[in-house]
Write a protein that binds this ligand. Sequence first.
Ligand SMILES: [Zn+2]
Ligand SMILES: [Zn+2]
Length: 261
Amino acid sequence: MEPLITANYHTHSKYCRHASGEAEDYANAAVEAGLEVLGFSDHTPYPFPDGYYSGFRMFPREMKDYIADVRRCREKFGDKLEIKLGYEVEYYPRHFGALIKTLAESGYDYLILGQHFTKNEYDGEYSGEESSSTEKLKTYVDQVSEAMETGLFSCLCHPELIHFSGPDEIYEEHMTRLVEVAVKTDTPLEINLRGLKFGAQYPDERFLDIAAPLGAKFIIGVDAHDPDDLIPAEEHEKALELAGKHGLCLLERMELKKPAV
Ligand SMILES: [Zn+2]
Ligand SMILES: [Zn+2]
């Protein structure tokens, strides 16, 4: 099969409870799809206080199994596939420090930023809920910007998860700020294939038009929640079409940022 992309860093597995398949199933599909690099980035565990649990991520106690699965895959697939261990992480200011400490202690290859909620999740709102609130858009952009400034994130997933239905000028003003920080911190922006597959609000062509002239870099992310998502399909072609249409600087590989130790 002729691959349309050769690396995917956005892959989930059974641990997040809304994706299906073992790590090994994804690795097999990746080989079939002709990928050279497969990065696992399941939804991070989060050390929330008071027993709060968000329902779409692994429990902290499951981390060791997740890590063991990815390592086992790495051994099994050897030089057929370069396998990386990562997490998709929200930047929740109140708990991010503790999270990073835990992740760093257990070891990882990279983190990708996916800001599914504003504030600290339990006191914020789902980013993808349609809203005309400028305040919510601003909070999202502030938080994502602060996250990119940490230098810990290798890319920003579905930047347009924020579903702003207010005036275009306000969208442009705030998303321009986001892109400027992405450029400054050399954080690639994702073209999310899951959004294309399901007709979500992302990718958003308004956003691509803002980002391209500012010199942003882009990376395609499958956001696989099923091993079959890795197999080239219509959405892979659509992503390449979008990149061509908007003149995006599209990376084939992204730099995996690690914390300075
Ligand atoms: Zn997910
Ligand atoms: Zn994801």
